[in-house]
Design a protein around this ligand. Structure first.
Ligand code: ADP
Ligand code: MG
Length: 628
C-alpha cells in the first residue's frame, strides 16, 4: 500500500472548493460522467487504431445510488488506470487542474460570471463527498488499483481485485449534500446535463411492454420485462449530417428538446462548420409572440454533447436568442466570465457565423417557396426586424427577404414596394411616402380614405416597427413612413390639381371663430383646409413625428432622452368644401351651429377611438335625441 501527500501548495484545497463553487455543487456529476465518457471514447479510439487489443463491445456508464450506505457510484467500462496512472493523473494532473482553477477564480467565481465550470474536473467530487474512492482496472495487463482520499491532502493507494476493465468512482456523500442520494435529484441532473452524451448512461431499470404476437387475443395483456433505464440519446440529431435527416427527424428532435412544447417549430437551421472553429447545432424558429422577453433562454449550449448552459448571451447574436435549439462547440471558452466572452475573437466569429447562416437560410426559404414564407411572416417578423435593427450585416442581407405586407395581405419586398408606389405616392418634398397602418380596425376609416384614392397602405404592427422605420428612413434615400392618420390623405400625398376653396375669406374667418368657441384648444389644433367636397368634413389626425417618437420611447429607444412625457396633441382638419361646413355656416341660430360642430367633432373623435367614458355616453344620448 502507498500512502502519501498530494503535492499541493494550498494546504486545504477542499474547503476552498466547497466555498468558492457554492452555488454549483451539482456539476460534480457532470464532471464525473464526462470523465467516464472520455475514458470510454479513448478506449474506443485505441481499439480502432489497434493499440488496445480488446473487445470494445457496447460499453455503458452506470450511476447507482446507495441510499443506506450514503454512497453514489459512477461506473464506466472505459480504458481504466494503472496504479502509476492514478498517481499521475489523479494526484498530480487532476490536482493541479483544480488548484489552477481555484487560483483563477477565487474572486470571480462568486459573481456567477462563470458559465460552466469545466476545468475543476475530478476534484469537484469533494464539493459533495467527504470521502472519494477510485477502483480502477486498466485495459493494460496490470492489477487494479484502489485510491481513497478523505478530503485532506492525504491519500492511500492499494491493489484491488477488480477484474473487469474500467473505473468505479465511489462518493461518500457528505452530511450537507444528502440531496444527491435522492433518485429524483440524480434523475433531474442526468436529464439536465447528460441527456445527449455520446455513451449510454444507465440509471436503474424500468418496466417495458413486449410487443404482442400477431395472433394475440383482443384482451391479451403484453408481457412486461425489466430493462436498463438508459437516460440519454447518444446520437442526437445535431451530430448527424443534414443529408441524413428528414423534416420529421428535425421535428421529433424538437420534441425531445422541449417535451412541454406542443407547438411545432416553423423551420430549422442546421449549423455545421469546422473551420475556422468547430460548431454544430440546430436552431429552430418557433412561432413568436409579440412579447420578446418571454422567449429568451431557450437555446442550449453544449460542449461535445455535454450540457453547459441555456444562457447563450454573447455567443448567439442578441436577436437570435429568441430562437430555440442547440449549439455544440468545443471552441467556446467555458470557464471565463461573460464580459471576457463578449470580447473573445473566436466567440465574435461564432456569433457572426450564426447570424450569416440564419440570413442565408431565410433567403433560401424565401426563394424556394415564397408563398410559404409569406404565410409564416407574421410569426417570424419580430426576429427579423430585431435583427435588422441590431446587426448591420443582417440588415443588408434582409433586403432580400424582409417583407412589407399591405392591409390586403399582399407581401412586398422593399424594392417591390418602392417600384409599385414610385409613380403616385410622393409628398410635397418629392419624398416617397410609404403609408401604413398599425391596426386595421382602429384606423379603418383612414385606410379606406387612402385606398379610395388608389394608394397602397401597409400593415406594420410589430412592437419595434417604429425603430425600424426610423432606420429605413435614414439608410434609404428619399423615403418617409407615414401612418394613414398622420394627416388628411390629401395633405400627405402631393396631387397635381389644387382644390379651390368654396368659401370666401370672410366666411373662413367666421368659421374659424365659431370653431374656436366649441373645440377645446388644449386638445386640438384646428386646421382649416380646402379639400375634395367628398372628403370627410371633420377629421382628427396626429402628426407622424410626435407619435413615432412617443412609440419609440415606449419600446426602449436608445438615446431618446429629453422627450419627457409628451402631451397627446391632435389636429382637427376641417374641410371647407364639404357640404356640412356650408350648412353649418348657413344655419341661423348660434346654438344650432354649436350643436352641429360638437356632434361632428365627436364623430371625428369616434373614428380615431378617442371618444370614451362620459363623453361617449353623452354623445350616444344626444344622437338618440336627434333621430327621435
Ligand atoms: P480532465 O478531465 O480535464 O483531464 P479531470 O480532473 O476531470 O481533468 O481528470 C483528470 C484525469 O484523471 C483525466 O485526464 C484522466 O486521465 C483521469 N481520469 C479521471 N476519471 C477517469 C476515468 N473514469 N477513467 C479513466 N481515467 C480517468
Ligand atoms: Mg474531466
Amino acid at each position: 500500500m502507498t500512502k502519501g501527500n498530494i503535492n499541493v501548495s494550498v494546504e486545504n484545497i477542499f474547503p476552498l472548493i466547497k466555498k468558492f463553487l457554492y452555488s454549483d455543487h451539482e456539476i460534480f456529476l457532470r464532471e464525473l460522467i464526462s470523465n467516464a465518457t472520455d475514458a470510454t471514447l479513448k478506449l474506443k479510439h485505441l481499439s480502432n487504431i489497434g493499440e488496445a487489443k480488446i473487445e470494445y463491445g457496447n460499453p455503458q456508464i452506470e450511476i447507482k445510488v446507495d441510499k443506506e450506505g450514503k454512497k453514489l457510484h459512477i461506473i464506466d467500462q472505459g480504458l481504466g488506470m494503472t496504479a502509476d496512472e492514478v498517481e499521475k493523473y489523479i494526484n498530480q494532473v487532476a490536482f493541479s487542474g483544480a488548484e489552477e482553477f481555484l487560483d483563477q477564480y477565487k474572486d470571480s467565481a462568486k459573481d456567477s460570471g462563470i458559465i460552466g465550470h469545466f476545468g475543476l474536473g475530478f476534484y469537484s467530487a469533494f464539493m459533495v463527498a467527504d470521502q472519494v474512492e477510485i477502483i480502477t482496472k486498466s485495459f493494460k495487463d496490470e492489477p487494479a488499483a484502489h485510491w481513497t482520499c478523505d478530503g485532506s491532502p492525504e491519500f492511500t493507494l492499494t491493489e484491488a481485485d477488480k477484474t473487469d476493465r474500467g473505473t468505479e468512482i465511489i462518493l461518500h456523500i457528505a452530511e450537507d449534500s444528502t440531496e444527491f442520494l435522492e433518485d429524483s435529484k440524480i434523475s433531474e441532473l442526468l436529464l439536465k446535463y447528460n441527456k445527449f452524451m455520446p455513451v449510454p448512461i444507465k440509471f436503474g431499470t424500468k418496466e417495458e411492454a413486449l410487443p404482442l404476437p400477431e395472433d394475440a387475443a383482443e384482451d391479451a395483456k403484453p408481457e412486461m420485462i425489466t430493462v436498463d433505464n438508459v437516460i440519454n440519446n447518444p446520437n442526437p440529431a445535431w451530430t448527424k449530417q443534414p443529408s441524413e435527416l428528414e423534416d420529421e427527424d428535425y421535428k421529433s428532435f424538437y420534441r425531445e428538446l422541449y417535451p412541454m412544447q406542443f407547438e411545432e417549430p416553423l423551420f430549422n437551421i442546421h449549423l455545421n462548420v469546422d473551420y475556422p472553429f468547430n460548431l454544430t447545432g440546430i436552431l429552430y424558429f418557433p412561432k413568436m409572440t409579440n412579447d420578446m422577453s418571454i422567449q429568451k433562454d431557450k437555446i442550449q449550449l453544449y460542449q461535445n454533447q455535454v450540457f453547459v448552459t441555456d444562457n447563450v448571451e454573447g455567443i448567439v447574436p442578441e436577436f437570435l436568442t429568441m430562437l430555440r435549439g442547440v449549439i455544440d462547440s468545443p471552441d467556446i471558452p467555458l470557464n471565463v466570465s461573460r464580459s471576457y466572452l463578449q470580447a473573445d475573437g473566436a466567440v465574435k466569429k461564432i456569433s457572426s457565423y450564426i447570424s450569416r447562416k440564419v440570413a442565408d437560410k431565410l433567403k433560401s426559404l424565401f426563394n424556394t417557396n415564397r408563398e410559404d414564407f409569406e404565410a409564416k411572416w407574421n410569426d417570424i417578423k419580430i426576429v427579423i426586424e430585431y435583427g435588422m435593427l441590431s446587426d448591420e450585416k443582417f440588415f443588408d442581407k434582409a433586403e432580400a427577404f424582409a417583407l412589407y405586407p399591405t392591409v390586403d395581405n399582399t407581401y412586398y419586398t422593399f424594392e417591390e414596394l418602392n417600384n409599385r408606389i414610385k409613380a403616385n405616392q410622393t409628398d410635397k418634398d418629392d419624398k416617397l411616402v410609404i403609408l401604413y397602418a398599425s391596426n386595421a380596425d382602429e384606423q379603418h376609416s383612414y385606410i379606406q380614405a387612402a385606398k379610395d384614392k388608389g394608394y397602397e397602405v401597409l400593415l406594420l404592427d410589430s412592437p419595434i416597427i417604429s425603430h425600424l422605420m426610423q432606420k429605413l428612413e435614414t439608410s434609404k434615400e428619399n423615403i418617409t413612413f407615414t401612418r394613414v392618420d398622420a394627416d388628411h390623405i390629401d395633405n400627405l400625398i402631393k396631387k397635381d390639381d389644387t382644390v379651390i376653396s368654396k368659401l370666401t375669406e370672410e366666411q373662413k374667418a367666421e368659421l374659424d371663430t365659431l370653431l374656436k368657441e366649441v373645440v377645446p384648444a388644449d386638445k386640438f389644433t384646428v386646421q382649416i383646409e380646402s379639400m375634395d367636397s367628398e372628403a370627410a368634413p371633420f377629421m382628427i389626425t396626429q402628426p407622424e413625428f410626435m407619435r413615432r417618437m412617443k412609440e419609440m420611447q415606449q419600446t426602449g429607444g436608445g438615446g431618446m432622452f429629453g422627450m419627457g412625457n409628451m402631451p397627446e396633441m391632435y389636429n382637427l382638419v376641417v374641410n371647407t368644401n364639404s357640404n356640412l361646413i356650408g350648412e353649418i355656416l348657413e344655419t341661423k341660430t348660434k346654438k344650432k351651429q354649436e350643436r352641429l360642430i360638437t356632434q361632428s367633432l365627436d364623430l371625428a373623435r369616434l373614428s380615431q377611438g378617442l371618444l370614451k367614458g362620459e363623453e361617449l355616453t353623452n354623445f350616444i344620448k344626444r344622437s338618440y335625441e336627434m333621430i327621435k
